[in-house]
Design a protein around this ligand. Sequence first.
Ligand code: AMP
Ligand code: DBH
Length: 536
Amino acid sequence: MTIPFTRWPDEFARRYREKGYWQDLPLTDILTRHADSDAVAVIDGERRFTYRQLNQAADNLACALQARGIQRGETALVQLGNVAEFYITFFALLKAGIAPVNALFSHQRTELNAYAAQIAPALLIADRDHALFADSAFLPNFCRTHTSVRAVLLRHGEGDQALEAAIDRPAQRFIATPTPADEVAFFQLSGGSTGTPKLIPRTHNDYYYSIRRSNEICAISAATRYLNALPAAHNYAMSSPGSLGVFLAGGCVVLAHDPSATLCFPLIAQHQINVTSLVPPAVSLWLQALAEGANKAQLASLALLQVGGARLSASLAARIPDEIGCQLQQVFGMAEGLVNYTALDDAPERIFNTQGRPMCPDDEVWVADENGNPLPRGEVGRLMTRGPYTFRGYYKSPEHNASAFDENGFYCSGDLIAIDEQGYITVQGREKDQINRGGEKIAAEEIENLLLRHEAIIHAALVSMEDSLLGEKSCAYLVVKAPLRAVAIRRFLREQGVAEFKLPDRVECVDALPLTPVGKVDKKQLRQWLAQRAQA
Ligand code: AMP
Ligand code: DBH
């Protein structure tokens, strides 16, 4: 049983192997290579796991899953937050050859159902600490809807369903059976712009390269002590170089449940953290905390701060070295593949003003005009890319793939960028119908579809509005039959079961939505209305 996905054409696969990007090793190698090490791999609150323990825990769980009849080539839906079990589960599934979708902890009913509908999972692993699984309102329904599910394990669950019990029970004669390195290892989540969130198949080969190369650029080593304060399941925190990069190098990952200064500063001091990654709004909050008297000495060990996920302003960037007292690295990446970094030895101007350059010499990146033709260097247009770790198609989405890729397999990310003479990229804007709320991506169509389920809403359009902290927030423009208040809209969406960050920050009721000449909602016009209002 293999999971279908869009493969790289043979001549590309051959070249990526020849050049050593693809090494035909399973991602489990990241952990098993340290199986005999008693160095600490993960710190989660009071709990510590050495590499040996982490590997044993993953073996135990993989063995338990095999005993329950979950087979290689099947899929799993996983929802765990920033806890050690996230990595134990990830490696266990890889060892058993089961491909997970790692939903974000902020996801709710709508997202979980959408992912399950796409992958038909044999297994669900979730957390009783999440509101959805705290009682039995959701789970029985979920299992009834998704009849593919044959096993459920819950963190802090009871009896047969307890994830901890499955992790603690010693494996008997376990033999790892990861999927072949050029097959799907797991699915990454796309920030998306469509009604249903799309899944990105990632192979062992391509993901392993992305992590290995990231480690080189970011100088990750066994001495790295990394604070993981972003959602653990996010591609950035997993692979750029993220926790998996730190495991590969034999370093130590310290988990934080959120990136707040109150939580992170003491953790940095206590665990002598030297690398961490943030999104821009968290940087603002850290700077604010320091300006308000937080103890900068707590950050003394911090050598490198990565910032990415959304555009970092040059002015904020320039404050980091002095005020936080560490080196800045900009990261512009995407779960679909391509990752760009500023180099550690780049001139400060470059680090402050650009989003870096592609990490692989064989990343092909060019800028297209609206007709798909290449633009001269320096001009702003659509980012087009292909390479050894950039996917070739969303899972089971032929229609969307037809527009997301050109005929040569270049992926159009929907970002508007310019590339300078040295190959450095600046992100200038976006063409995709998405709101980037401080690094958290909202597909406008997904929320518009949910809004249209409301009986009083006739038309809905979700657009971004500028925000000084988050960069962007969301505003829903509605045409309604009866007056509706923003709180009622948010309550309605919450009842539909959607992640909190996707709820509109603002609601505007209008008589009609402006249309473009071809009759589509004119979102540009809506954003202008918002900008004018903000100035008024
Ligand atoms: P996702 O699809 O959730 O993986 O999000 C990837 C998208 O995040 C990219 O296509 C960009 O739109 C945005 N992004 C990531 N990093 C940066 C950055 N450093 N600057 C600007 N936008 C970014
Ligand atoms: O925003 C992202 O998706 C992102 C940002 C930085 C990413 O996927 C990454 C680095 O790998």
